[in-house]
Design a protein around this ligand. Structure first.
Ligand code: OOG
Ligand code: MG
Length: 262
C-alpha cells in the first residue's frame, strides 16, 4: 500500500532537518517497514521541492550504488538516483567544512554534462550523443543514518546520501576516451587508498546515466540539457576527517583535489 501524503511530508521533513543540522537518524524503514521504492522517491521529491522553495537550484543528478565495490561496501544491491543542487557544489582545491556533516566519505566518479534533453528509455549511445563533455569528479556523501547503515528505501529518501560534489581536471569529449578502461586512483594524504577502472560502473558509466534517465522517466521527468550527472563511485568510498587531503587522479583527464577542515 502507498504511504499517505502526510507520511511522505513527515519523512521528508525528518530528512531535511537531519541534513541541515547534521545529526543521524534511525533508518526510516524501522518506522515504516511497508515503504516501497516508489514511496521513497516521493519522499525525495518532497525534499527537492522544499529545497527549491528555499531558493536552491537543481543543477543535475547523481546515480549511486552503480558499481560492485560500492554495493559490496554498503550491502545494497540495487542502484538509485538523487538530485544535485547549486548549494552542494564546491570548487576544486577548496577547503570543505566538515562541521555540517555527520560521517562524510569521498568517492571518485565521472561527471557527464549534457547538451540536449534526455527522456524515456535511452541507450548508452544516446547518452554519449547527448553528452557535451565528461569530467573527473569527487562526490562527498554523508548518510543521515546512524552508522552509515541503510536499506535502499531509506537511502533514496535521504537523496542517496548526497552532500557535496566537486568537478575538475580536464574535460574530454565522451568519445575521446575509452571510459571502460579509464583508470582512477584515490590518494588520501599522499597514500593510494583505492583504485579501479570505470568499467566497474555498470560496465560503462554511460549505462548508469541511461539507467538514471529511465528512473526519472518513471516519474515523468526528463534530464534537462545542461545537467551535471555523477555516474557513481568507481571504487569503495573512503572516510575523511578534518586535516585530510584527497586527490582523485584519472588517466588522461588530470586530477581533482580537495582538503577537509573543521
Ligand atoms: C549511497 C550513495 C552511493 C555512489 O556513487 O555509489 C553513491 C551511499 O553509499 O551512501 O553516491
Ligand atoms: Mg556517488
Amino acid at each position: 500500500m502507498r504511504l499517505d501524503n502526510d507520511a511522505i511530508i513527515r519523512l521528508s521533513e525528518r530528512i531535511e532537518v537531519a541534513q541541515t543540522y547534521a545529526f543521524p537518524l534511525r533508518k526510516l524503514t524501522d518506522d515504516y517497514p511497508e515503504m516501497t521504492v516508489a514511496d521513497a522517491y516521493r519522499v525525495q521529491l518532497a525534499l527537492r521541492d522544499s529545497y527549491v522553495r528555499r531558493g536552491q537550484r537543481v543543477v543535475g543528478w547523481k546515480a549511486g550504488l552503480t558499481s560492485k565495490p560500492k554495493m559490496d561496501q554498503m550491502g545494497v544491491d540495487k542502484p538509485g538516483v538523487g538530485f544535485l543542487t547549486d548549494a552542494m557544489a564546491r570548487p576544486e582545491n577548496s577547503l570543505i567544512a566538515l562541521a555540517d556533516m555527520i560521517h562524510p566519505r569521498a568517492e571518485c566518479e565521472i561527471a557527464f554534462v549534457t547538451g540536449i534533453d534526455l527522456r524515456g528509455q535511452v541507450s548508452t549511445e544516446d547518452v554519449l550523443a547527448a553528452t557535451e563533455f565528461i569530467q573527473p569528479a569527487i562526490e562527498i556523501i554523508d548518510s543521515r543514518f546512524t552508522g552509515f547503515k541503510f536499506d535502499l528505501e531509506s537511502v533514496l529518501c535521504d537523496n542517496s546520501s548526497s552532500a557535496r560534489f566537486i568537478v575538475g581536471g580536464r574535460p574530454r569529449r565522451p568519445r575521446e576516451v575509452d571510459m571502460r578502461t579509464l583508470g582512477t586512483v584515490i590518494e588520501k594524504n599522499g597514500e593510494i587508498v583505492e583504485f579501479g577502472a570505470a568499467a566497474n560502473v555498470m560496465g560503462h558509466p554511460a549505462r548508469a546515466v541511461a539507467m538514471l534517465v529511465g528512473i526519472l522517466s518513471e516519474f515523468d521527468e526528463s534530464l534537462p540539457a545542461g545537467s551535471i550527472v555523477l555516474s557513481g563511485a568507481i571504487t569503495a568510498a573512503i572516510p575523511v576527517s578534518a586535516g585530510d587531503c584527497v586527490t582523485a587522479r584519472f588517466l588522461d583527464m588530470g586530477s581533482v583535489s580537495i582538503r577537509f577542515g573543521d
